[in-house]
Design a protein around this ligand. Structure first.
Ligand SMILES: Cc1cc2nc3c(=O)[nH]c(=O)nc-3n(C[C@H](O)[C@H](O)[C@H](O)COP(=O)(O)O)c2cc1C
Length: 511
């Protein structure tokens, strides 16, 4: 832990509010200025492919933002790189660990307004109903910070919060997680587990919270931010949490263990998660900035590709696939894990041509990555981030009796309802690469609209032809024509004089 006095900290740089301003600048935000009820939020969020910023929500007139991590473009903005560079930038930052810096409460923006004791009233916070069958109203944007009392290990994760009463919430600690393990230890020892939930965080903090990297997880926030993370000690529970968050809910999970029903809740994989028994969280303080920007996350719905969860998951899964392929000595041109498949299950890989058997080797390597299910391998003339191009490759370069690889008995993704009782699943690989030794033959090439962006290089059509066989559009561009019709006439004339002919692929050439 670094000493705060030795570092100058910018407590606005990784705040949610300026990040949303940046998203507005790059056209990634749909603005709603008219009043809207909390109940109507979810359907408006789901209907938009953009992040949604609401200026006047509920009777309190909250300012709220949704889906700030809901696209690759938004995650790229969080890293300050181009969308295709995000996975590489993630890996680069992880290799350069950063520390945390403790900020005194008086300097922590998130401690500007602190509410404790009897004044706490969770019903004054924008919990809202998200999916039709959910068990209550939720705040789903929580990032939890805790320290294992036994090992001193720091832990960060994302956890949804279910409104239970004025000072109590439930959270979902059912699936395996570090927090669950730590809490079960506390229950066994009869101890409470202090936890702070930050609500209103930069996308990089969500990425740190959802990463499965065995490091000091508080420090991982700084590592992904690319500089030390400022943290402030909880006023009532002593737990460190980011000093630049919009809001922090402090409290503890009690020592009584799993005892109340949580859920059902629309889950990130596109089904409802069932009701299960979970612990109760006791709130001891609510800390906010004076101009708090509330954040929400619509966790599921009909468009998983718009959810924060699928986009965060897609990036983590891509990083895992890069590592797996490099481990198999395959260097792909590009990888994309498709958010609509919840970000993990459908993997698209573009390979450079030339290595026999490479597509199958890549499929095998990716079968071994936890959470993958269907692998699509294309040549690098296909953009794996473009659904239309991959759809075309599927229709034009795939023969089911030749290019399909199916393997059963592999470990299944825990949330996949098709996983068998033995916890295994069948995975499929689709080899959509071109099966020809002559990839540059005209009928193997994909048409593209002629763009005419190059400079004129020839005075005449004849000069253009003297450089070797050339396609018609290249002659038009080469002679600087804005038209092409006079080039056709010139070629007709040359043909009549027996000076020009065509190659077998149709290029024009001198005899
Ligand atoms: C928006 C969001 C909400 C999440 N909510 C929960 C949750 O309520 N319970 C849970 O077990 N995992 C949830 N997750 C997944 C965990 O945050 C993720 O598995 C994390 O790595 C767990 O961290 P841990 O193992 O360090 O405790 C959520 C993820 C996201 C992106």
């Amino acid at each position: 832990m670094a000493d705060g006095a030795t570092l100058t900290l910018d407590l606005e740089k990784f705040r949610l509010r300026p990040f949303v301003k940046r998203l507005v600048e790059i056209g990634e935000v749909e603005l709603h200025e008219t009043p809207i009820s909390l109940a109507r939020l979810s359907s408006v969020i789901e209907a938009s492919p953009k992040a949604t910023l609401f200026k006047n929500v509920g009777v309190e007139g909250y300012e709220m933002v949704a889906a700030v991590s809901g696209s690759r473009k938004r995650l790229a903005a969080a890293f300050g790189v181009e969308p295709r560079e995000v996975a590489h930038e993630f890996m680069r930052r992880v290799s350069d660990p950063q520390k945390i810096v403790e900020v005194p409460s008086a300097q922590a923006p998130v401690h500007e307004v602190v509410t404790t004791g009897e004044d706490i009233d969770l019903t004054r916070l924008p919990f809202h109903v998200q999916h039709e069958l959910d068990g209550s109203a939720y705040i789903s944007a929580g990032i939890d910070y805790s320290v294992d009392p036994k090992t001193g290990r720091t832990n960060v994760g994302c956890r949804r919060l279910m409104l239970r009463g004025r000072r109590h919430m439930r959270s979902n600690l059912t699936d395996n997680s570090d927090l669950k393990r730590c809490y079960l230890g506390c229950v066994e020892r009869g101890e409470k587990l202090p936890v702070s939930f930050a609500i209103g965080s930069h996308p990089l903090d969500y990425l740190a919270a959802t990463a499965k990297i065995p490091v000091d997880e508080f420090g991982l926030l700084g590592t992904l931010r690319g500089e030390p993370v400022p943290m402030v000690r909880g006023r009532t529970n002593g737990v460190l949490a980011p000093a630049d968050a919009e809001m922090i809910i402090e409290g503890y999970f009690d020592e009584l263990g799993y005892r109340e029903l949580e859920g059902p809740y629309g889950e990130f994989y596109g089904f409802y998660g069932p009701v299960h028994i979970d612990p109760v969280f006791h709130v001891t303080a609510i800390c906010t900035r004076k101009d708090v920007l509330h954040q929400t996350v619509l966790h599921s719905g009909r468009y998983l590709s718009r959810t924060d969860s699928a986009n965060l998951g897609s990036l983590h899964a891509e990083v895992a696939c890069w590592r797996a392929l490099r481990g198999a000595r395959i260097e792909p041109a590009a990888i994309h894990n498709v958010p609509a498949s919840n970000g993990r299950q459908h993997v698209r890989v573009a390979l450079r041509r030339g290595q026999p058997g490479q597509a199958r080797a890549a499929i095998m390597a990716l079968f071994a990555v936890m959470g993958t299910k269907h692998i699509f391998i294309v040549d690098d003339d296909i953009d794996v981030f473009d659904d239309q191009q991959v759809e075309w490759a599927m229709s034009a370069r795939f023969r089911a009796d030749r290019d399909l690889v199916v393997q059963g008995g592999l470990p299944g993704f825990y949330a996949d309802p098709l996983v068998g009782e033995d916890k295994t699943i069948a995975k499929a690989g689709f080899d959509l690469t071109m099966k020809t030794d002559e990839p540059n033959r005209i009928d193997n090439l994909r048409p593209k609209a002629a763009a005419f962006t190059g400079p004129a290089r020839y005075q005449t059509v004849r000069q253009a032809l003297e450089a070797g066989p050339i396609y018609f559009a290249a002659i038009v561009e080469g002679v600087g024509s804005s038209d092409g019709r006079e080039v056709a006439l010139e070629l007709e004339d040359m043909q009549a004089h027996g000076v020009v002919t065509r190659t077998k692929d149709g290029a024009w050439t001198l005899k």
